[in-house]
Design a protein around this ligand. Structure first.
Ligand code: TMP
Length: 215
């Protein structure tokens, strides 16, 4: 049975680590799983990702940024997400439409109704079955993200990490608002806990959701 599960949260919320563990868990249970991410997930969208996240592009306007996220998403949905769902797979997607509402809407203050329209256009109306919001204080998340950048010595994707604390606080609050508005789709995960504790909670949650979504 096909399900689209999206993972959202501020920088350094630990979702990427959890996704790869969850993939192993689901495969061990016999499911066909596709792991993907936004922006990116296919060749054209990955090229747009490089433009979006390059710190050298600090002159990019908020509107240009919004349209590039939408363009990357349209390609990714068409090439990866829709075909995977059509062949009955579980899709785990690291960020999706809610990221645009949180970052470009709450963060950049672009109109949320306009963003919703663009999301619909880009996804051709595909919506997540479940969205896991990895929530933690912005100081903790950013600390982790900058630490990771230092260890990997890779700052090629750091354009958002360089935003002011207020921007990240607005993004976090945005995510919390979105989750409150759609309690059936969203689950808030306390991301300020050990990796194993979070993973154990996720596995129980996903197994339960899969059971309830069975036709
Ligand atoms: P990542 O670091 O989780 O791969 O995400 C890349 C960055 O892109 C992250 O700072 C959030 C940002 N982003 C948006 O601003 N809008 C979007 O629609 C998406 C998908 C990501």
């Amino acid at each position: 049975m096909s399900i689209l599960i999206t993972f959202e949260g501020i920088e350094g919320s630990g979702k990427t680590t959890q996704i790869s563990r969850l993939k192993n868990h689901l495969i061990a249970r016999g499911h066909a799983v596709v792991v993907t991410r936004e922006p990116g997930g296919c060749q054209i969208a990955d090229r747009i990702r490089s433009i979006l996240l390059d710190p050298a592009n600090d002159a990019m306007t908020s509107r240009a940024e919004l349209l590039l996220y939408a363009a990357a998403r349209a390609q990714h949905v068409s090439e990866v997400i829709r075909p995977a769902l059509q062949t009955g797979q579980i899709v785990l997607c690291d960020r999706f439409t809610d990221a645009t509402l949180a970052y470009q809407g709450y963060g950049r203050k672009l109109d949320s109704a306009l963003i919703k329209h663009l999301n619909e256009l880009a996804t051709d109306s595909i919506t997540p079955d479940l969205t896991l919001l990895f929530d933690l204080p912005v100081e903790r998340g950013l600390g982790r993200a900058l630490q990771r950048e230092k260890i990997t010595q890779d700052s090629s994707e750091g354009r958002f990490e360089r935003e002011a604390l207020d921007f990240h606080r607005a993004v976090r609050n945005g995510y919390l608002d979105l989750a409150a508005a759609e309690p059936d789709r969203f689950r808030r995960i306390d991301a300020d806990r050990p990796i194993d504790t979070i993973q154990a909670e996720l596995q129980v949650l996903i197994d339960r959701v899969y059971e309830t979504l069975q036709p």
